[in-house]
Design a binder for this molecule. Sequence first.
Ligand code: ATP
Ligand code: MG
Length: 416
Amino acid sequence: MKQSQLFTKTRWEDPADETSKNAKLLIRAGFIHKEMAGVYDYLPLGLKVLRKIENIIREEMNKIGGEEVLLTTLQSPDLWQKTDRWDENKVDNWFKTKLASGGDLGLANTHEEPITALLVHHLNSYKDFPKYIYQFQTKFRNELRAKSGIMRTREFLMKDLYSFSRNEEEFKEFYEKCATAYMNIFTRVGLGEVTFRTVASGGAFTSDFTDEFQTLSESGEDVIYVDKNKKIAINKEVYTDETLEKLDLNRSDLVEEKAIEVGNIFPLGTRYTDSLGLNFRDEDGLLHPVIMGSYGIGLGRLLGTIVEVLSDDGGIVWPKEVAPFSIHLVQIGISDEVKTVSENLYQTLIKNNIEVLFDDREASAGEKLADADLLGIPFRVVVSEKTLKAESFEIKKRASGEILYLNETELIELCQ
Ligand code: ATP
Ligand code: MG
């Protein structure tokens, strides 16, 4: 893509109404736009990153047997009344609205109810299980506070998967598989080293623990205690002598840290399947309840976390797998030769299926290089009068600042 054709502009001042690093940098770099508190638009560059994150999650969910669907966000009260989650005293973050023809509607804050109710029409024999169903869909939550940029918003995309199993053993097997898939996802988006599976409370529905995936960051809203050797953590909310003993953890091995919950996995037992009548018949025709689990990852929260954790003073630093482009090709100077060499390199890279952002704008070198740092694309290649004289291209790695001198073939190899 040519940068001269990109409608978004970078800006140098921090937006006055943002306190979080992720929102400041993403707005300055033109990745997102703020509609109002807790509500953000994704612009071309931001959408590219979001889609890459989505595809990584999709690949990992498909690998463990996930089947993708797309449920509606408009929800009728009767389903949610059956599970006692329509009442605002029970669920305090509903957005509700009215039908023109009369009656209430809710904008889904999660999807346990609709997925369970619809499966009653499809699953009924032991032969139909287990099933793992997921989607990428917008959730609406009337969050009280929205001060963490895109990490806590009132409208956000979530990958939510629901597992349906015949017994605890079958449920647990998938639960562990999904935990492994989650770590693969967080590793692929560049957060593997600082993300910990974290024991948390079971919430209202289960006496079991649940597992959160927490990424260490000063901007996090949660406090966790981390055992870095065992690579596991425990949320402050369940940090008691009794739990430590149960988990075989020692107080002296644990370090207190602030962290961002990037995902979680949740045993639900028969809480929803009972209320909504999702059962199955075994070989002998006997009826059994279905054991359910839910598994969420917030895409915007994950994107924001990458920015919080990996950016530096110059701007954003995208890990390779989620970067909007692999190469930022920066043309400095407007002589015919500079133009020709950079245009040719741009075409060659495209032919080799490398994603390039080509800064062909007429702007000063200082402005272009500062923009390249702000945008955070992994490899920056400058073509200028000075570089024309050299035999090779000068490549700067955004993350480390390391400089490489490579010919065209080597540059292509670097990106593949
Ligand atoms: P939190 O405790 O942070 O409010 P939650 O327990 O409400 O999270 P879930 O309902 O389990 O979270 O949602 C699954 C995932 O969706 C979370 O792990 C997080 O990544 C994301 N998420 C939850 N709420 C928001 C929000 N308001 N904005 C953006 N992402 C969110
Ligand atoms: Mg919440």
